[in-house]
Design a binder for this molecule. Structure first.
Ligand SMILES: [Zn+2]
Length: 97
């Protein structure tokens, strides 16, 4: 079926909504946004406990030297950012809904 603009309407691979200009086998914007928000929620749920564990390790095990504390804080921040990005990417691929 052709839309009013002349391009073919292709069904979304997930919800079946017909959208003009959508490549075959792709999901619509709404489905993509829903998947991204679920992946973001998983990333937040996993990265916060991981960051807390690293912070606990830094508090308990790193010697109380100023430079060591600075590196400890950097390690905590890097852990949060890296774990969140990795979990987001993995969840984006694994989430099927
Ligand atoms: Zn869809």
């Amino acid at each position: 079926m052709l839309s009013s603009s002349g391009s073919a309407e292709v069904p979304c691979a997930r919800c079946g909504t017909r959208i003009a200009g959508l490549p075959w086998g792709e999901v619509c914007t709404e489905c993509r946004n829903r998947r991204a928000s679920r992946a973001s929620r998983w990333a937040r749920r996993i990265s916060l406990p991981a960051t807390l564990l690293v912070a606990l390790y830094v508090i308990l095990r790193v010697p109380p030297l100023p430079l060591a504390r600075v590196y400890g804080v950097i390690a905590v921040l890097v852990t949060y950012i890296v774990v969140r990005k990795v979990v987001y990417r993995v969840a984006l691929d694994l989430i099927s809904d």
